[in-house]
Design a protein around this ligand. Structure first.
Ligand code: HEM
Length: 376
């Protein structure tokens, strides 16, 4: 059914995420198959920039299937409870006040200060520094430093002893459990991690940071403490895989020599966010029968929104790279994420990471939405 230059067996909108070079395929979809039904995957696919924006703006296109607010594998676990409270995973007026408070708080975090904080934390953290191959050490840093820096910026006590590593590992475990690819063991570990993070947050006395003000504002607006806690953890989760991917893909770009040595790391990260995006797609689910991009779609249908395909034809209308989404659920951590990715790469280079060697031995982690290098 696909009329692309690459045979359909070689690549599809889901295998593209971990394909060595999916961009010719994405570009062709964005230019020629902007919105279509992929019967084999059982999904509508939006690939053109206009279509991607239209789906993300459509009032009937929701972040979860209306009948399934929590993935069945997580339902009834601590991870499911937490997931169900995330603003990222909910639409509608009930979540708007907390979302507004969170957005205000994130907007108040200065990316340059965040990068400085990450650099300072990198000097005191020991992300299993001496153990494993150079690639394994890099993987650990990618999954530790951005998350720990966000926690620290919020004012959570992470900079002592092994706490930072444990927090980062628990956040990564919870993030991994949300994937449709998660097996029973990963789901169990995610549920344990959600419980652990909940207890840790409840016990933590916040230091310098916006968390007390956030809690107070939420309480003033009548928002439950559990929703605030879940979304605080949610920020760490949002910072985890995607920022690791952005920093990892930046190392690959440096390692392939596709960046001029005089170009700043911030500029390389910005280029990578556009050209080799961390988050390649997101999904929406129809809450009602509707007309979408000229097609009659049915309640319950799912749409795979190919941010990485739209990205081949330029940025979103506000110059935001498509990888950060668009519309009602667009990422509020965009600038923070880029600063943290650059700071993480800088910290790794300062510790002797060799991008050329890393780029020679890696694979992509199995994922249905993020392009995350795993260095060997
Ligand atoms: C490279 C790193 C990152 C990428 C590529 C990324 C990408 C995205 C995308 C695509 C969405 C929208 C999902 C959708 O509409 O389906 C999103 C939402 C979100 N991101 Fe990020 N993100 C990154 C890092 C961060 C960081 C560091 C934070 C905060 C600390 C953050 C906080 C959020 C939040 C709270 C949402 C939900 C917004 C809402 O539901 O309205 N992200 N992100």
């Amino acid at each position: 059914m696909l009329t692309t230059t690459l045979p359909e067996t070689e690549i599809d909108p889901l295998s593209a995420i971990t394909h060595p070079d999916p961009y010719p395929y994405y570009r062709e979809l964005a230019a020629r198959r902007q919105f279509y039904r992929d019967d084999r995957l059982g999904l509508w696919v939006a690939a053109g920039p206009r279509e991607v924006a239209a789906v993300l703006a459509h009032p009937d296109c929701r972040v979860r299937p209306p009948a399934q607010p929590v993935p069945p594998a997580l339902a009834g676990t601590a991870a499911g409870d937490l997931f169900g409270r995330l603003i990222r995973m909910n639409d509608g007026a009930a979540h708007a006040p907390l979302k507004q408070i969170l957005m205000r708080m994130l907007a108040g975090l200065d990316p340059a200060a965040a990068a400085r904080r990450a650099a300072a934390l990198a000097t005191v953290l020991d992300a299993g520094a001496a153990t494993g191959t150079p690639g394994e050490r890099v993987n650990r840093w990618l999954f530790t430093l951005p998350v720990v820096t966000v926690a620290d910026l919020l004012g959570l006590p992470v900079a002592e002893g092994d706490r930072a590593i444990e927090v980062a590992q628990r956040v990564a475990a919870f993030a991994a459990a949300q994937s449709p690819l998660a097996d029973a063991h990963t789901v169990r570990a995610g549920a344990e991690a959600a419980q652990w993070l909940d207890a840790w947050l409840a016990d933590a006395t916040p230091g310098d940071g916006p968390l007390p003000a956030l809690r107070q504002a939420a309480e003033g607006a009548g928002i439950g403490a559990q929703a605030v806690a879940a979304n605080t953890i949610g920020l760490l989760v949002q910072a985890c895989e995607a920022t690791a991917a952005l920093a990892g893909n930046t190392l690959l770009r440096l390692g392939r020599g596709s960046s001029h040595p005089d170009v700043s790391l911030d500029a390389v990260v910005a280029r990578v966010a556009q050209d080799d995006p961390a988050v390649q797609n997101t999904r929406r689910f129809l809450a009602a029968d509707a007309q979408l991009c000229g097609h009659a779609v049915k309640a319950g249908d799912a749409v795979l929104v190919l941010l990485a395909a739209a990205s081949c034809l330029g940025t979103a209308d506000d110059e935001r790279p498509w990888t950060f989404g668009h519309g009602r659920h667009a990422c509020p951590g965009e600038r923070l994420a880029q600063a943290l990715a650059a700071a993480t790469v800088a910290a790794l280079l300062a510790r002797g990471a060799d991008p050329a060697a890393l780029a020679r031995a890696f694979r992509y982690r199995p994922s249905l939405n993020a392009r995350i290098p795993h260095f060997l």
